[in-house]
Design a protein around this ligand. Structure first.
Ligand code: GDP
Ligand code: MG
Length: 166
């Protein structure tokens, strides 16, 4: 089995941190080899007969608004079209306009989307997590919603187990 997994999200939410941990913290594995014109391969993890190819999606991280609009209008050639699973990473702290832009793109994909609420180690009140999950869960029909700490490790194994299932 081989799967393309896109890690999407606005800058600074912890995508690279998460990926480095999934790949075993060996930065040497993470290469920025251009794979196709649409995808940038960030890393490949092989486990048993399962190979996960992690890709970055060009355009989603651009701050330039005109570029984003132009990109979003190219729906026919969407960068997320050929992926099997999307990990949408957000920060537990704040939902921004940039998150909305990523969300708009995600709403056009057919594959399952796992919402990864990162940096929960910095949540002052753990009780805030349930309402947050409820609130974010209304934004899209996510396949799963997983609170994690990419940095400290909280729930990281659970997330990897989920990824393998999809
Ligand atoms: P990216 O731009 O989405 O790839 O984000 P990075 O992985 O570069 O992370 C941005 C910043 O957030 C860095 O300073 C990370 O150390 C920090 N960060 C990432 N994950 C966590 C986390 O789970 N908890 C905390 N407290 N900080 C995190
Ligand atoms: Mg990064």
């Amino acid at each position: 089995r081989c799967g393309f997994i896109a890690i999407v999200g606005r800058p600074n939410v912890g995508k690279s941190t998460l990926l480095n941990h999934i790949l075993g913290q060996k930065l040497s594995i993470t290469s920025r080899k251009p794979q196709t014109t649409r995808h940038q391969v960030l890393g490949i993890k092989t486990e048993g007969n399962c190979q996960a190819i992690y890709v970055d999606t060009p355009g989603l991280h651009r701050r330039n608004e005109k570029a984003i609009n132009r990109y979003m209008n190219r729906t026919a050639n969407s960068a997320l079209k050929d992926v099997d699973l999307v990990l949408f990473v957000v920060d537990r702290d704040q939902w921004t306009d940039e998150d909305d832009i990523v969300l708009q793109r995600i709403q056009q994909v057919d594959c399952p989307v796992i919402l990864v609420i990162n940096k929960v180690d910095r949540l002052a009140d753990k009780k805030a997590l349930l309402p947050l999950i409820g609130q974010l869960g209304e934004k899209h029909d996510f396949a799963e919603i997983v609170p994690v700490s990419a940095l400290r490790g909280h729930n990281r194994d659970d997330l990897e187990a989920l990824i393998e299932r999809y």
